[in-house]
Design a protein around this ligand. Sequence first.
Ligand code: CP
Ligand code: NVA
Length: 303
Amino acid sequence: MAIKHYLQISDFTLDEYAYVIERARLIKDRFKRYEPYHPLMDRTLVMVFEKNSTRTRLSFEAGMHQLGGAAIYLNTRDSQLGRGEPVEDAGQVISRMCDVIMIRTFGQDIIERFAAHSRVPVINGLTNEHHPCQILADIFTYIEHRGAIAGKTVAWIGDANNMLYSWLQAAHIFGFHLNVSTPKGYDLDPSLVAADNHHYTLFSNPADACVDADLVNTDVWTSMGYEAENAARLKAFDGWIVDAAKMARARPDALFMHCLPAHRGEEVAAEVIDGPQSVVWDEAENRLHVQKALLEYLVLGRL
Ligand code: CP
Ligand code: NVA
């Protein structure tokens, strides 16, 4: 049987998302009631990090323990990955010793090559092009606060990065619309968006992209791996801060999300991220619950 990987949002159907989201809800409820739930007893997750992380590591490691399994952390610094062992060989070896693998790396091609040589499911914990686990948590968070996301408008204000490309895939699957505003020179790369995805509109003015939005979303202006461009980006993104004036253009009940870590005073004003419309802490917590559902689904299938 073909192994199921989760390398980008488009790897699951709407029906699979409905299942995983419902499982996440049940798993979260149980966790909140301190009810032990150990479906992954004696199973092992290997986590490979080629970039820094707080939330992704913590949520996968804690989540795997809470499901009764174990999690092993590897990074480029002190494993053979940092000394040029081919990713195909790493995929072969690591996947013979565990039940599921999570990788955070640079190019999407790296995780795809790894997965092609893996005997077990591989989960994308962030690449330059995608961050599907975060968008899964974001959609779960939206549903918790406001109900179904189909038919809603999500504003993306900022960089055309991994988060945006995952949001775009999600818009296509879940049936919502994205208003995208990126500064000149940092535009969306159409080759990373499916040709039949018409679920987005481009805006040159970020305030216009916020008009009537149900959810306003931003992220750092300089993603991991692009640090050399930081000074140029600070200049180019001037005006793209999500502040109270931009939130005022959105619907009165609009939510604000940011995958974190955030830079107050750059991409988001403190008054917004620390204000009443912000759900960033729920969003961070929900990484734990949705990824537990994801691990359960990828390792055990539908229960
Ligand atoms: N949002 C997110 O993925 O955070 P970390 O980089 O801390 O894992
Ligand atoms: N776009 C950011 C997300 C961090 C969680 C990055 O790739 O650094």
